[in-house]
Design a protein around this ligand. Structure first.
Ligand code: BGC
Length: 748
């Protein structure tokens, strides 16, 4: 009798009655059938439960008011009311949480573990903006693949990356997470990262997230969480292409953004989610809110209460509620009250469950939680070597006027600035599980690179950029014994990322004073600028001759700097964002419209008055998009196209000769832009359409070719329809968005 009772209660726990066949437990049944079967067994509360993502670790957003606390969360888990956890990491921790879900909840539905693996899990790669400046899709794929391998070994199924918000505003702290100002480059990298993260949905990979959908990068004045108000025409042509490319690359999930689009919060935005993402692009996957963004529809003044917010999100096509709790608190009642059809709820739940089935979690819930594998996967020599290479490829040489670099065999180096010795600041806010103890600083990198040299360090400025007491005298004294000075300035790492907008991202006065003291010594001076965004460095560029923009390089930052300074790596990076002359020039970007009264810097004069220009500032940025130097010298010539005219089904071959006229082997990033001279609506003065990283040996000439199909001359109208308009185009090729050769092409 006792035995029978036990059997009955075990069946009750698993949701089975006599004679029922649990199709959802049958690994051989098709996924859709398993999903339907499971949903048919779920209570309303359990269904709503699957739509909740709950924070289980560090806060990556504001604490929620009615947070259930740890015990409360375990209770919810046992009741089947947690679909996913974020910020629970580690093979052991995730395994225990999974055990509770699978063994102690009625239906045993496994949870999904998500985390922000933005540029590495334990081995931290350069920030994505830096990685973008390498224009290396294979490198981005590899970095994502390594990050996925480490992350999945730590029990994670899902990363909230890649971020692909096109942005033209370096005041915005989150530019570090994206790939800069250009939709084409951003799209190529987004697709590569999605594929690198996801692989074949196995336990060495993680699901990718397209974020933030959509247009978060246009936050007004670069102020975090601020209003976005752009036209549909701008949305389609500038902001949406990377998200679309990531959908096409097969990304499993999408995250809503915090901002408004057309006056409606993205999380409840029917146009963005239902019409564009699910409609036009056919996205079938799961959509998660951003941190509490469903609930924030109330603060926006869009939803009157939690009930409305949850219904709006669901109706707009979003599925999972990260942290706001509005679905958990209200949705079951709304279904009971007939305010929202249960079929809509079921569709959202199905999308969550489908992912879990696809990952094989129902058949082997513990496949991601292997501590031995975790140990063996993190910070491997291979991962560190890849991170070092990626960091060196991402650092942008802005000036080398005196050919001071590379430093072949310095006998003594004076290193200046807090950033040179700081392990923390080579990581940023989105450092995954990166540990400062595993990082290599500039000081350490230089010591390792030049073991025979005397390397001294004077702090000069502190973390906040303030001059240390007595710094000038110390620099003067220490410089006497130095062949060369390497000075670090910039922004500390934690000033890169979310909620880190800056109204004036300039080097501090203390940093500039430190450089002035170094310059007074008349010793050769290398300036390293370390920051997660383009800073305003107009004065720096005018006064100093050797400047390497290192961005934030991650775990191997210091080794990568040393590789470049020594010449072991010839820099090749080109900035993925324009550097403004001043804050007043923001937004400044290369792919702008011509305006009805265009102006060209240098033409200022009486005839150039009623034109589109500032009276105190140039129009052009300080450093244009796509710009960066190498130790080689590349000369472009003989730009040609295979035919002067093409029709809409044809393509043309564009070729150019690039000569490495130096005695150093190098890599050049060759960029191809177009301009559609007359179009309705109007088109920008330049649009990037292709690029190639080409290795060219010293003294050799490469013929670089691009296949340009007519379809690349197309653009979108405000409804997202593709337009291909006949007429004249300029085809431009060169080393950056400013210095281009051009030929004419006619589209018949
Ligand atoms: C960020 C997202 C992130 C999420 C979870 C939010 O505050 O905007 O990008 O994925 O937190 O950490």
């Amino acid at each position: 009798m006792k035995k029978i009772l036990l059997m009955v209660s075990a069946m009750a726990v698993s949701g089975l009655g006599f004679g029922q066949k649990a199709i959802y437990k049958d690994a051989g049944a098709p996924v859709q059938q398993r999903v339907r079967d499971l949903i048919s067994r779920m209570t309303l509360d359990e269904k709503v439960g699957q739509l909740n993502q709950v924070n289980g670790g560090v806060l990556t957003g504001p604490a929620v008011a009615n947070d259930p606390g740890q015990q409360g969360k375990v209770k919810l888990l046992k009741e089947g009311k947690v679909g996913s956890f974020l910020n629970v990491v580690g093979a052991a921790q995730t395994k225990e949480v999974q055990r509770i879900a699978v063994e102690e909840s009625r239906l045993g539905i496994p949870v999904l573990f998500g985390f922000d693996i933005i540029h590495g899990a334990k081995t931290i790669f350069p920030i994505p903006l830096a990685e973008a400046s390498a224009w290396d899709t294979e490198g981005a794929f590899k970095a994502a693949e390594i990050a996925a391998k480490e992350a999945s070994s730590m029990g994670l199924h899902w990363t909230f990356a890649p971020m692909m918000d096109v942005s033209r505003d370096p005041r915005w702290g989150r530019v570090m997470e994206g790939s800069g100002e250009d939709p084409y480059l951003q799209a190529q990298l987004a697709a590569a990262r999605v594929k690198g993260f996801q692989g074949n949905f196995d336990e060495n990979h993680v699901l990718a997230t397209i974020k933030h959908f959509a247009i978060y990068g246009a936050s007004e004045a670069g102020r975090e969480y601020n209003t976005v108000d752009v036209s549909r025409y701008a949305a389609w042509n500038y902001y949406l292409p990377p998200y679309k490319a990531a959908v096409e690359a097969g990304a499993a999930t999408v995250m809503n953004s915090f901002n408004l689009f057309e006056g409606e919060p993205a999380s409840g935005n029917n146009y963005l989610v239902n019409e564009v993402l699910r409609g036009k692009w056919g996205f079938k996957g799961m959509i998660v809110s951003d941190w509490a963004s469903f609930g924030e529809m109330m603060a926006h003044g869009y939803a009157a209460n939690e009930t409305e917010a949850a219904i709006m999100a669901l109706k707009a096509g979003s599925d999972m509620d990260m942290e706001s709790g509005v679905m958990r608190n209200t949705l079951a009642q709304s279904v009971k009250d007939g305010k929202v059809p249960e079929s809509l709820l079921d569709a959202a739940v199905a999308r969550v469950l489908e992912l879990k089935f696809k990952l094989g979690l129902f058949d082997n819930p513990y496949k991601y939680h292997d501590e031995a594998k975790e140990k063996a996967s993190l910070l491997t020599a291979e991962n560190l070597a890849a991170a070092r290479k990626a960091a060196a490829n991402s650092m942008t040489l802005l000036k080398n006027t005196d050919n001071l670099l590379p430093l072949k065999s310095p006998k003594s180096i004076l290193v200046l600035g807090h950033l040179a010795e700081s392990q923390n600041d080579v990581l940023d806010f989105w450092k995954g599980l990166g540990d400062h103890k595993n990082t290599v600083t500039v000081l350490e990198g230089l010591k390792a690179k030049y073991p025979g040299a005397t390397i001294t360090f004077v702090k000069g400025v502190n973390r906040d950029g303030k001059l240390e007491a007595g710094a000038e005298a110390q620099i003067k004294a220490a410089a006497k014994k130095a062949d060369v000075i390497v000075a670090t300035i910039g922004l500390y790492g934690d000033l890169a990322g979310e909620a880190r907008s800056l109204g004036n991202p300039e080097p501090s006065k203390g940093q500039m004073d430190m450089l002035a003291a170094a310059k007074l010594t008349n010793k050769p001076l290398v300036v390293l600028v370390q920051a997660g965004r383009p800073m305003i460095i107009t004065e720096l560029m005018a006064k100093y001759n050797t400047i390497l923009y290192t961005w934030i390089g991650g775990t191997q930052h210091g080794n990568a700097v040393a590789d470049i300074l020594s010449g072991d790596v010839n820099p090749s990076s080109k900035t993925a964002m324009s550097f403004p002359v001043s804050v007043g020039q923001i937004p400044v970007y290369y792919n702008h419209y011509n305006s009805g009264r265009p102006h060209k810097d240098g033409n200022e004069g009486p005839g150039d008055f009623w034109v589109s220009r500032y009276r105190d500032t140039p129009n052009e940025p300080l450093i244009p998009f796509g710009y960066g130097l190498t130790y080689s010298k590349f000369e472009y010539s003989d730009l040609s196209i295979s035919k002067p005219e093409i029709n809409q089904n044809e393509s043309v071959t564009v070729s150019v000769k690039v000569k490495n006229s130096s005695n150093v082997d190098g890599t050049e990033i060759v960029q191809l832009y177009i301009r559609d001279l007359v179009a309705q609506p109007v088109r920008p003065v330049k649009e990037l359409k292709d690029f190639k990283r080409v290795a060219i040996k010293a003294g050799e000439t490469a013929t670089v070719t691009f296949e340009l199909p007519a379809t690349k001359l197309s653009f979108y109208d405000a409804d997202g329809n593709t337009l291909l308009q006949k007429g004249d185009f300029k085809i431009m090729v060169g080393p950056n968005s400013r210095d281009l050769n051009e030929v004419k092409l006619v589209l018949k």
